[in-house]
Design a protein around this ligand. Structure first.
Ligand code: TYM
Length: 347
């Protein structure tokens, strides 16, 4: 988008043909370390060099029918935790998905090009069918189509997401191609983006799958957890009797502890424990104590800043409103173009 000037809180944001970036996080609770290291850390690094649109995916969270009060609180948690993690609302558009009416409009159009058979085969849909057999709603089925609309509405080319979202991005590219081949070249094909192509996947501390907002809260470290809770959770993390031979392959739950340590502790600290592992002298209790301390120190300033921000509801609302205003500039242009191509332009 060439030479665009956005009016923000007394600041002007000037973007000269920067590449467009979009990403979102569902409002299903406080953010956790997986969200931070898998996504937000990349958002923060991208905010100067790219034209960034980061949003709270509140429509996506409706698939699990949240209580309205919780939904609202969660939108503010996600917003505050994004900012406390380093996102600057003067540099990026930070908004709620539901504040952009062009998104559901594009979603509707794309739904006409998405086939039930292909949507039923998406692994995340199949997981949900297994997890919540009593609530297999159409929103779950068309979840990747709504994600595609979130991305294409800004004509984004880069999408910073964790590994778990890669399949959805592949579908977004398919839907963009399908639209283009039917109506003419209009949407770019969005690509997953990570610095150094490094996909960080944080596992749950009990070793069962990825760390997630709603599953096993005791094995998930949230950016809202206080120091004591963090220490308790880390001390309970799954370990075993330790390696029995030098340089043994690490089980994935031990690898996860080392990964967390490499993200929060000093490199020298990680080296010490890695050497201890390799020569079979590691004491997991000591390692967890050190990790807990370093993790608590890491989360502490983010938690405190997020709480401060959330106390100022007027500020939170202002940020969302201004973010939506910025996001709607591109969104309305995209929809005008898409309507015209489809033939829905009567006046
Ligand atoms: P969500 O809310 O589940 O997660 C938000 C971001 O955090 C990443 N993530 C992880 N990364 C590493 N390890 C983990 N344990 C972990 N858990 C989550 C996710 O990969 C994601 O980047 N469908 C999306 C939200 C969305 C979206 C979009 C994203 C809606 N529309 C458009 C990009 C573009 C989701 O549920 O993310």
């Amino acid at each position: 988008m060439a030479l665009q000037i956005f009016l923000t809180t007394g600041h002007y944001l000037c973007s000269m043909s920067k590449e467009i970036v979009v990403s979102g996080i569902r409002s299903t609770g406080h953010l956790h370390l997986g969200n931070y290291f898998g996504a937000i850390q990349n958002y923060v690094k991208m905010q100067d060099a790219y034209e960034c649109y980061f949003f709270v995916a509140d429509y996506h969270s409706l698939t699990t029918h949240p209580d309205p009060k919780d939904l609202k609180a969660n939108v503010f948690h996600v917003l505050a935790e994004n900012i406390a993690s380093g996102l600057d609302p003067n540099k990026v558009a930070l908004y709620a998905q539901s504040d952009i009416p062009e998104i559901p409009e594009l979603y509707l159009m794309l739904n006409m090009m998405a086939y039930v058979g292909e949507l039923e085969k998406v692994p995340t849909f199949k997981d949900k069918v297994r997890q919540q057999p009593d609530n297999v709603n159409a929103g779950l089925l068309t979840y990747p189509v709504l994600m595609t609309a979130d991305i294409l509405i800004q004509k984004a080319v880069k999408v910073p997401v964790g590994k778990d979202q890669e399949q959805h991005l592949e579908m977004a590219r398919n839907f963009a191609q399908r639209f283009n081949s039917r109506y003419g070249d209009f949407f770019p094909e969005p690509q997953v983006f990570r610095f150094n192509n490094d996909a960080v996947k944080i596992m749950s501390l009990d070793g069962n799958g990825k760390m997630s907002k709603s599953e096993n809260v005791n094995a998930t470290i949230y950016l809202s957890d206080d120091d004591d809770i963090i220490k308790k959770k880390i001390m309970k993390a799954k370990t075993d009797a330790g390696p029995t031979e030098p340089n043994a392959v690490m089980p994935d739950y031990i690898q996860n502890l080392f990964l967390l340590m490499s993200l929060c502790s000093k490199p020298e600290t990680v080296d010490i424990y890695r050497n201890n592992y390799n020569n079979c002298t590691i004491r997991y209790g000591d390692m967890k104590k050190q990790l807990a301390e370093d993790m608590a120190a890491f989360v502490h300033p983010i938690r405190e800043h997020a709480w401060e921000l959330q106390k100022d509801e007027a500020l939170m609302r202002k940020i969302l409103k201004e973010g939506a205003e910025k996001a709607r500039i591109g969104a309305s242009k995209t929809m005008a173009g898409a309507r015209k191509l489809i033939g829905i332009n009567y006046y």
